[in-house]
Design a protein around this ligand. Structure first.
Ligand SMILES: Nc1ncnc2c1ncn2[C@@H]1O[C@H](COP(=O)(O)OP(=O)(O)OP(=O)(O)O)[C@@H](O)[C@H]1O
Ligand SMILES: [Mg+2]
Length: 364
């Protein structure tokens, strides 16, 4: 069971949208998912088609009442075939006050204790947090081993998120368990140069902490929330559905243990000889905001398994891509602000499946 908290103290950055639609995408891949709505606004509960006032029980009973942990099972509602929900209600906003007299540790481990009482039914637990770092968010972080920070692709959003990452890191020291944190760029409008540049900045700043997937602006996501179903069911071919399916794929491909191992092996490789080699390619463009590379070496998933470094030469930005490849011949293309292009500096090409030229890379 992977427990993932969706956290950002900034309002409206896509926490609830990410929780609900990632749940939909994971369920569509055959996973059993529990959504835990820790926000008194109960937006996730609403977006999953439930009216908080109509429900007899909610997380308040679990988090506030004495011995509430064992009641989680009774509070959980079966929303669809593969998705369950622990619903929220406005009464959760009284949590802070109700638990004021308790020890800090006891107050923050309520959700973790409740999740431990569940049978091993779920592949994923996704926890939607309110837009502040109060007791509810602390409970979520304490229960989680992974964190997704949705980050609106705007300059001011970046400033706030650095402080949030510091808070999370302090917290994981205090609770004595590592939190695997990743940033997910959201509300991305690729038509504006500003958004493209901000996305470039986010990637540069957070590097491998950043998902390869970017959640584009997509009005169908709003409509799906209004209908009370995940976009994977409301409009499965819309960009919003494709983007969250891609996040689900990235998550499945990199459980936290795997990420820790890859990081260690990367370091080992630098000293070793034989086997795969590090190959470096560069792309320059003054107008580009986001440059990724995709090829037959990474299943044509942009930047999967690739380390990126971004630098500036005067007005021109230079993207350096570090690939780890076995000897052989490979085909690749760059994805520049979402548009697929061949490498302008590489004269060697081969026609791809739709006739477009793919660039060729030889690794001796
Ligand atoms: N990629 C997107 N494209 C279009 N609209 C989006 C997208 N992501 C989120 N929205 C819309 O933006 C609004 C805010 O999103 P959401 O509720 O997910 O943010 P939040 O971080 O959970 O907000 P809060 O902090 O209030 O809980 C919602 O109306 C949602 O439908
Ligand atoms: Mg929300």
């Amino acid at each position: 069971m992977r427990v993932i908290a969706i956290v950002n103290q900034k309002g409206g950055c896509g926490k609830t949208t990410t929780t609900v639609n990632l749940a939909g995408a994971l369920a569509a891949d055959g996973n059993r998912v529990l959504v835990v709505d820790m926000d008194p606004q109960a937006h996730a509960t609403l977006a999953m088609g439930l009216e908080p006032d109509d429900l007899e029980m909610n997380l308040y009973e679990v988090l506030v009442e004495p011995g509430g942990a064992s009641r989680l099972d009774a509070v959980i509602v079966d929303v669809s075939d593969k998705i369950d929900l622990a619903p929220s209600s406005i009464v959760l906003s009284a949590l802070e006050q109700k638990l004021a007299s308790e020890r800090h540790d006891a107050r923050t481990e309520r959700l973790a204790a409740a999740l431990e009482t569940l049978p091993p039914l779920y592949d994923y637990v996704l926890i939607d947090c309110p837009p502040n770092v109060g007791l509810l968010t602390f409970n979520a972080l304490r229960a989680a081993s992974e964190v997704i920070v949705p980050l609106e692709t705007s300059f001011f959003a970046i400033d706030g998120v650095q402080k949030l990452l510091e808070t999370i890191s302090l917290l994981s020291d205090r609770i004595g368990h590592e939190l695997d944190v990743r940033v997910l760029p959201t509300l991305y409008d690729g038509r504006t140069r500003y958004a493209r540049q901000t996305l470039g900045d986010i990637r540069e700043l957070f590097k491998e902490l950043c998902f390869d997937t970017v959640i584009r602006l997509n009005v169908k996501l709003r409509e799906a929330a209004r209908e009370g179903i995940p976009i994977s069911r409301y409009a499965p071919s819309a960009n919003g559905a494709l983007d969250y399916a891609s996040v689900a794929m990235e998550l499945a491909a990199s459980p936290p243990e795997h990420r820790a191992r890859v990081a260690t092996e990367d370091r080992g490789d630098a000293a070793g000889a034989g086997g795969p080699r590090e190959v470096i390619v560069r792309f320059k463009d003054p107008d580009a905001g986001d440059v990724r590379i995709a090829g037959d070496f990474n299943g044509w998933v942009p930047d999967r398994g690739v380390r990126s470094l971004i630098a500036s030469e005067g007005q021109t930005r230079v993207w350096t891509k570090v690939l780890t490849l076995e000897p052989g011949t490979y085909q690749y293309r760059y994805v520049v602000d979402g548009e697929w292009r061949e490498d302008p500096t590489n004269p060697q090409t081969a026609p791809g499946p739709t006739g477009q030229p793919n660039s060729i890379l030889h690794v001796p």
